[in-house]
Structures are given as structure tokens and as C-alpha cells.
Design a protein around this ligand. Structure first.
Ligand code: NAD
Ligand code: LMR
Length: 328
């Protein structure tokens, strides 16, 4: 058997952590032949709860679980890490403005980026889940100058999976028959789920894209506002579906996307589709040899262009705000 892969999970005692850790340990993320060592990072007040989760992980006797460390020190938690899942973040509190939220998260993702820079393994791959995920990834990457920027990603796979399900329901087909969807932009209500290149049951999704009223008034807002709808229904933000999307993201990053299909991920723009360089923006992506590749050469219609540009403008505004706060 191969050597264990070190996987660091921050916010391990939170609700996503609880849905995520058992699946990582079961092999769902890195495959059935790859042992993992879990490194859980929490704030001091939540270390005891994380230790409780570690006890439960032990009690599962997962054959692939090579060990569990629990820590409140980022340098130790990221030491030698190969995969870092940055889930822990500061939620918006009463009276907090957007700038306050960005600043509070800068205080988390800046030092964690620095700790990854100084202590992680050379092949480290980072997925930021904690919101605002794209800009938190930007902040972390800015504090890790020795790590290639392409190793920092933000999660929009949950949005992608939500869009797949909405299309499958509308078209009356299994989700496996929906391919080539794309989420563009920010993981926020401005995101744009794009069906113009999608295939349903092997054919272009023309019937769906021709129905402009459904597309613009139902599909796009349903996907873009799904996070808020879950909070409204559950009284808490999505957790199991977010954990599932994190598993999917890292699985495909490490093991590759299926031939002929693509997925969506927030990756550092190199100027593709006119998105300013350096922004962490969601694009349609494939993965091979452990690297994401933006799907190039797609024709972008006017409706899509406007919606992509609006979400990218929001990302630029967030970057400007964190620059002004001295966080990047
Ligand atoms: P939660 O409040 O249940 O758990 C967060 C955990 O993070 C807590 O245990 C807290 O102690 C910990 N934490 C806070 N600061 C930390 C730090 N500096 N280091 C380590 N741990 C720290 O929240 P949750 O429901 O698990 O959600 C976590 C984050 O994921 C939130 O920001 C949420 O908005 C975001 N989220 C993102 C997506 C997405 O699709 N990108 C989807 C759902 C949720
Ligand atoms: C989601 O998309 O479910 C979350 O990002 C919502 C949130 O604000 O935590």
C-alpha cells in the first residue's frame, strides 16, 4: 500500500467538517487504495469537540485511516499536508458589514496561507470552502508566494451539482445524462450557471436554453440562491451537500474528470474569457495529471456575457476591498 496522504481540514468541529471527515476517511475522496492521515485544525474553544469527532472516526475502524491529529496551531496542522480543505471561516454576525466580514476572514486565511507556504508538502493542493470562498482563496494564495497560485482553488462544485440536479428534474432525465454545465464567477448570488454548452441525454440542451423565461427567471435564480433557500428551510447552511461537493472537487482534481465532460471550480484566472488575471473565478474546467485546465474556446452568447461580467465585477470589487484592507 502507498504512503498515507496528509489531509488537513480546518473548521473540523463544524457542521461541514462532521459530514466531510468520515467520507475522506472511507476513501471516497482519494480512492479505495489511498490511505489518509487526517490533520484537524480548530480554534482552541472547539478543539474538544474536534477530539470527539476524532474519537468517532477511530470508532469507525476505517481501514484507510492511518492516523488523526487535532490541533489549534496552523503550523503543525499544515505540516507536510498534501491536501488542505479550508472550511473554517468567520460567519457574518449581526451588524457586520461586508468589509468587516472580509477583514475577519483575512485574519484567518492570511495566516493559514502563510502556514501552508511554510509547512505544507511541495505538492499541496488547497480547496477553500469557507465563505466568501473565492476571495478567501485569493487571500490565502497571496500569503503563499512559494506555492504555485494554481494550487489554490475555491469551491463552486456545490453550485455545479445543484445546477445538474435542477436540469435533470426539468428534463426528466437521470443526473448522469446531464453534462457540460458551467458555473461562472463568484460563489454568491451573482454566479452564472450556464446551460448554453450543456448536453441532456447526449443532445444539446436547446429546448432549455430556448425557454428564456424559465432560464432567467427560474433556473439561474434557483441555483444562485439555493444556499439561502437551504438556510431558510433548514435553519442552518448546507452541510452534507457542501461536504459532498468538496469530496467531488478534490476527487476530480487528483484523479481526473471523466472523458468528454467537465465540471466547475474556482481557479486563479490567467485572463481566460476576459476575466482579469489573478481573480479566483469559477470556470468550466477539466482535470488531468492533477491539474485543472479551463475549458477554452467556448462561444459566449450575449446573455451569458452580461451575467458572467456581473459576477466577475463582484469578484473585482471584493479584490479591491481586500487590497484596501491590506489583505492581499
Ligand atoms: P460551522 O460554523 O458549523 O463550522 C465552522 C467551524 O470553523 C467552527 O467549528 C469554528 O470553530 C471553525 N473555525 C473558525 N475559525 C477557524 C480558524 N481560524 N481555524 C480553524 N477553524 C476555525 O460552519 P459550516 O456550516 O461548517 O460552514 C463552514 C463554512 O463553509 C462557512 O463559511 C460557510 O458559509 C461555508 N460554506 C461554503 C459553501 C460553498 O459552496 N463554497 C457551502 C456551504 C458552506
Ligand atoms: C451555500 O451555497 O450553501 C453556502 O455558501 C451558503 C452560506 O452562506 O453558507
Amino acid at each position: 500500500m502507498t504512503a498515507p496522504v496528509n489531509v488537513t481540514v480546518t473548521g473540523a468541529a463544524g457542521q461541514i467538517g462532521y459530514a466531510l471527515l468520515f467520507r475522506i476517511a472511507s476513501g471516497a475522496m482519494l480512492g479505495p487504495d489511498t490511505p489518509v492521515r487526517l490533520k484537524l485544525l480548530e480554534i482552541p474553544q472547539a478543539v474538544k469537540a474536534a477530539e470527539g469527532t476524532a474519537m468517532e472516526l477511530d470508532d469507525c475502524a476505517f481501514p484507510l485511516l492511518a492516523g488523526i491529529d487535532v490541533d489549534d496551531d496552523a503550523a503543525r496542522a499544515f505540516d507536510g499536508t498534501n491536501v488542505a480543505l479550508l472550511v473554517g471561516a468567520r460567519p457574518r454576525g449581526p451588524g457586520m458589514e461586508r468589509g468587516d466580514l472580509l477583514e475577519a476572514n483575512g485574519g484567518i486565511f492570511g495566516p493559514q496561507g502563510r502556514a501552508i507556504n511554510d509547512h505544507a508538502a511541495d505538492d499541496v493542493r488547497v480547496l477553500v470552502v469557507g465563505n466568501p470562498a473565492n476571495t478567501n482563496a485569493l487571500i490565502a494564495a497571496a500569503h503563499a508566494p512559494d506555492v504555485p497560485a494554481a494550487r489554490f482553488t475555491a469551491m463552486t462544485r456545490l453550485d455545479h451539482n445543484r445546477a445538474l440536479s435542477q436540469v435533470a428534474h426539468k428534463a426528466g432525465v437521470p443526473v448522469a445524462q446531464v453534462r457540460r454545465l458551467a458555473i461562472w464567477g463568484n460563489h454568491s448570488a451573482t454566479q452564472y450557471p450556464d446551460l448554453f454548452h450543456a448536453e441532456v441525454a447526449g443532445a444539446p440542451a436547446d429546448a432549455l436554453t430556448a425557454d428564456t423565461a424559465w432560464l432567467t427567471q427560474e433556473f439561474v435564480p434557483t441555483v444562485a440562491k439555493r444556499g439561502a433557500a437551504i438556510i431558510d428551510a433548514r435553519g442552518a447552511s448546507s452541510a452534507a451537500s457542501a461536504a459532498n461537493a468538496a469530496i467531488d472537487h478534490v476527487h476530480d482534481w487528483v484523479l481526473g474528470t471523466p472523458e468528454g465532460d467537465w465540471t466547475s471550480a474556482g481557479v486563479v484566472s490567467r485572463g481566460e474569457y476576459g476575466v482579469p488575471e489573478g481573480l479566483v473565478c469559477s470556470f468550466p474546467v477539466t482535470s488531468s495529471d492533477g491539474e485543472w485546465h479551463v475549458v477554452e474556446g467556448l462561444e459566449i452568447d450575449d446573455l451569458s456575457r452580461g451575467l458572467i461580467d456581473a459576477s466577475v465585477a463582484e469578484l473585482e470589487a471584493e479584490r479591491t476591498a481586500v487590497r484596501e484592507l491590506g489583505l492581499v
